[in-house]
Write a protein that binds this ligand. Structure first.
Ligand code: 6PG
Length: 466
């Protein structure tokens, strides 16, 4: 029997979709899953693709069915399962066989695995787009040795989403670079989703729109500057009805958000890097707050329900403008964080290419990314907010964002990510800030010293030192 060009281990939702995508693009693929029945079911359901799929039932058969040097994609849950699978595979592999971790790994783990692999080829690739993306074209962010990437680039670019004719699959740099970029993608995803949810709250509680009307608003926005996957699916979620009861699905979904951790990793890593991403941090905190439903009920009983009708204080157009400004700010924070990591970790992360790889296939795809790629090509080190195109957009929209945040505050509608985004914008346009007070306080209680505006040097102390 002829050997398969590539192998995939782990036929969960994402693994099965990715394996089908690979077969669909004309590559022979061998698959293996710990539970054999899953492998059999996958092959049986593959239809016309099944002649490209070799279903194997032992790890040894799986490895033996692959052409050398082998390339094996791992699609198992992030964390310990990845290490266990690598440990189980290594004794069966040759030194030049390539292992590719395509799960949502923490990039620190990918760095460690790359170093443990030594000279043995290892890639960590971030794959975005959910099940549909995995099946029909994800966005792929690769990390590891460039020569390892080059070995499988033809497969990865073939299965990736295409923007015009450009494949959304790019090598980002060594070791954990791909998973790092994927983590920031998810941080932006969290912030973008949270801002949309906040605006949904204003439409629902502040303006009294029903779900069908909210879906129409999102659909209209999706035809303009906000056009993006997340706005599109928000319209679909808002209009959907429960097949059992006929009620709007949104009205029966519990208001407590789950999270697998990637957004949290972004916030934590941003703190380590000293790279401010407050809108992303606010979004992570908002998910945590959402989970505290019992406490929130106690709070509502104690203080009274907060959301109050806006009575015409805001227009739907202002909400759209606020989201436009908010979205730019989320991405600006994410790209600044990537730039900081590139410096600190000695990567040469290609900022314009990252904007390009997010243009199709991934969850944060949006019409704005084309302009972001251009802005980052022109001035990769500049905060995206200061590029001419996005500066103009912010000038046109930040007053509406301010109105939305102010009116939301006045009416008890919580908008943590929008507020935080606005505070970031205002901080970034204020040359004379307020940290002189912090420095004075630090020096007062700890003789930490400060710099002076009127003299060169550092380590000055205030009169309290005497
Ligand atoms: C993607 C998604 C995907 C997934 C994450 C985030 O890019 O396709 O980010 O990776 O949705 O698991 O999910 P949580 O919301 O559970 O953190």
């Amino acid at each position: 029997m002829s050997k398969s060009e590539i192998g995939l281990l782990g036929l969960g939702t994402m693994g099965a979709a990715l394996a089908s995508n690979i077969a669909d693009n004309g590559f022979d693929i061998a698959v293996f899953n710990r539970t054999t029945q899953v492998t059999r079911d996958f092959k049986a359901a593959a239809g016309a693709l099944s002649n490209r799929i070799t279903a194997t039932e032992t790890l040894a058969d799986f490895v033996a069915s692959l052409a050398s040097p082998r390339a094996i994609i791992l699609m198992v849950p992030a964390g310990d399962p990845v290490d266990s699978q690598i440990a189980a595979l290594r004794p069966l592999l040759d030194d030049d066989d390539l292992i590719i971790d395509a799960g949502n790994a923490n990039f620190h783990d990918t760095n460690r695995r790359a170093s443990e692999a030594g000279d043995k080829p290892f890639l960590g690739i971030g794959v975005s787009g959910g099940e549909e993306g995995a099946r029909f074209g994800p966005s792929i962010m690769g990390g590891g040795k460039k020569q390892s990437w080059d070995r499988v680039a033809h497969v990865l670019t073939a299965i990736a989403a295409k923007h015009d004719d450009t494949a959304c699959a790019t090598w980002m740099g060594e070791a954990g670079a791909g998973h790092f970029v994927k983590a920031v993608h998810n941080g932006i995803e969290y912030a973008d989703m949270q801002m949309i949810a906040e605006v949904y709250g204003i439409l629902r509680d502040g303006m009294g729109l029903d779900n069908a009307a909210i879906a129409k608003v999102f659909d209209r926005w999706n035809a303009g500057a906000l056009s993006s996957y997340l706005i599109g699916i928000s319209a679909r979620v808002a209009e959907a009805r429960d097949s059992d009861t006929g009620n709007p699905v949104l009205d029966i979904i519990v208001d407590a958000a789950g999270q697998k951790g990637t957004g949290r990793w972004t916030a934590i890593e941003a703190q380590h890097l000293g790279a401010p991403v407050p809108a992303i941090e606010a979004a992570v905190a908002a998910r945590n707050l959402s989970a505290a439903r019992d406490l929130r009920r106690i709070g509502e009983d104690m203080f009274g329900a907060a959301p109050r009708a806006l009575d015409g204080a805001l227009t739907i157009d202002q909400l759209e403008q606020a989201l436009i400004a908010g979205k730019i700010i989320c991405y600006a924070q994410g790209f600044q964080m990537i730039s900081a990591a590139s410096d600190q970790f000695g990567w040469d992360l290609p900022l314009p290419e990252i904007a390009k790889v997010w243009r199709a296939g991934c969850i944060i795809r949006s019409v704005m990314l084309d302009d972001m790629a251009t802005a980052l090509t022109d001035a990769p080190d500049k905060n995206l907010m200061f590029s001419s195109i996005f500066a103009d957009a912010l000038k046109a929209n930040h007053e509406a964002m301010r109105q939305v945040v102010a009116q939301a505050a006045m009416h008890g509608l919580a908008v943590p990510a929008l507020s935080s985004g606005l505070a970031y914008f205002d901080s970034m346009r204020t040359h004379r800030g307020t940290a002189n007070m912090l420095q004075g306080q630090r020096d007062y209680f700890g003789r930490h010293g400060f710099e002076r505006l009127d003299r060169e040097g550092r380590g000055f102390h205030g009169p309290w030192a005497d």
